[in-house]
Design a protein around this ligand. Sequence first.
Ligand SMILES: [Zn+2]
Length: 428
Amino acid sequence: MLIASVNGININYNVEGQGEPLLMIMGLGSTSAAWRFQRRFFRKYYQGITFDNRGAGKTDKPAGPYSMKQMADDTVVLLDHLAIKKAHVMGVSMGGKIAQEVAINYPGKVDKLVLANTYHLYLRPGDELIARLGGLHQFMGWEGPLLTDSGGFQVFSLQDLRKVDDDGVTFRSHLDGSTHRFTPEKVMSIEENLGADIAMVLDECAPPTQRDYNEKALRRTHLWAERCQKAHTRSDQALFGIVQGGVFPDLREQSARFLIDLDFPGYAVGGLAVGETKEQMHTVLDLTDQLLPENKPRYLMGVGTLEDFFEAVSRGIDIFDCVLPTRLARHGAAFTHTGRINLRNLSLSEDQKPIEEGCLCYTCQHFTRSYIRHLMASKEILGLYLASIHNLHFLLDTMRQIRESILDGSFETLKAEMVTKLKMKSDE
Ligand SMILES: [Zn+2]
């Protein structure tokens, strides 16, 4: 057995076998030795982790009382200690209760990432207020990963309300018309106040097919990337660079090379999915795939359909963000593996199936299409909420499948299967 010093105590644990991690949590009054038969069986298929709960076996026995939450924390910290990102969790008796606590308190421990919008948070409620309240993680009650954009995209989409020069951009708030100025240094200070895990540099987003504008914007984007890097001080926050250059391969290459020299911990590809064709997007991604360092994460900004996911992952992209799952849900549309369905459709009024059969999301586990359609028809906000849960789950679950398929070498098969199913629907 091994000892890990976690959560203020020494935990006695054991790891056996290879495969996906399987965490086995013992019940009250027993020790991990009681798993010996399961351990022997499961080690053929899984990396089995067993341990003594606090107060049991060879683990420390600090003064009580102990809470379920505390014991769930112990297991999660143990997984962290073992560098295990997520595990199948199995509990017996009280161990089952601890397993539930793990599920309730750490649902998004690793594979979900939330993007928080810098422009909007800066204007309301204000980044300094969020800093005073302990940063975004605490403010939102979200322990999972967080990313903030630079606010640049929103500012540049204000069109008539902004003025850009080499030093930064001045804009008027869409809320009250007040004047504000973003410089690279100001944006870094806002993003550090917000305190997400990943921050983005300030860049200038040019319309993708205008050559002159893209050349000018690129020069600024690079100046600002350097200044952001200099101004950035938080060592617990990764600052990503953004490759720009529109649909022009030479500009994209120039941008990638410039930013690689600055040695950011991750790179985004910006300025896509803003009006160019799919072919143009794929050409740019083919190029960045060759140029960007293999050992650093690559983030494609603002892209979020299933087809795009597969095409972009094929071209080396790791991270996505998109408003689509929640925006579509607010318009009554739900993702399924055979295409989108309109939940407002009258034909669903007596449909007893979930949005998608086999889906493990909360919505599909509890509610029928008929009920959700009723909520939508009655303008009940719960309908939009339930559809959002399904759409988010759908995309995250697809990404999970993509990750697994890359690991076991079946990505191309999965891609072919999923894309074919989607095409069948759109041919109907
Ligand atoms: Zn669902």
